[in-house]
Design a protein around this ligand. Sequence first.
Ligand code: URA
Length: 283
Amino acid sequence: MMTTETKMVRLQKIIAGSGITSRRKAEDYIRNGLVTVNGETVMTLGTKVDPLHDHIKVNGRHLKAQPPDMFVMLNKPIGYLSTLHDPAGRPTIKQLMPKPSLRLFPVGRLDGDSEGLLLLTNNGDIAQACLHPTHHVPKTYLVKVKGVLEDLEVQQLRRGVALEDGQTAPAKVKKAGKAQANSWIELTIHEGRKHQVKRMFDHIGHPVIRLKRIQFGPLNLGKLLPGKTRYLTDKEANDLRHLLSLSGTPSRPKPKSSKRTVKSARTTANSQRRPHRPKVGTA
Ligand code: URA
């Protein structure tokens, strides 16, 4: 049952995490002698097992282990593609990941010449939910544009502009500074169309010079340096789940503490589970 210390997870957590039942019912199964690990009945709550290597059966049925969710924030620097592999050999975010062996993939995209907050996860459901229009995840960008924006143009952006793929939804727009020939704008949108921010500013005649995402839903880039990554905190992971109302989905029950989730996630870095990759654009 024991392999290395770092890989051990409590049995009831693994059973509940597999989506077949709640944590409390999982504990009942264990107490009632319905759970075996590598053929031996385990009736002690809190027994730790290796989710990747131990063979767990509940009521005679083999349990497929799911690695816990992993969430990593990256400050993507300009010049890196938001993809894991580029056939042309250009730099990709794969090179910036905490460990290349982790099966993380980006939630949405930032253009190669954009920078800032990019969320990485191993959970395809959460990634897809983040990108789904019904969740309206707000994304805030600090944008440097050519020229000085008139108030009327700010109003236009706020109301929405007519792009070739339709009118954009109302946006929050704040002037964040201006130089003689350029302006800094803080723009918050809830959509995720391809090159949306650049197209919005092009539409009003102020091409984007620099584009940095500083907020994604409840997540703030803060002082994370370009090219650096960090694991989300408990609160951030739970806030994200809350925003997506995923906290209770049967396949991925909300962890009691995402600190434990993230920590244990690190221990399952070699998982063979293939996350399904959502279709993504830039937002
Ligand atoms: N909108 C864009 O146009 N580009 C990005 O990288 C992100 C949002």
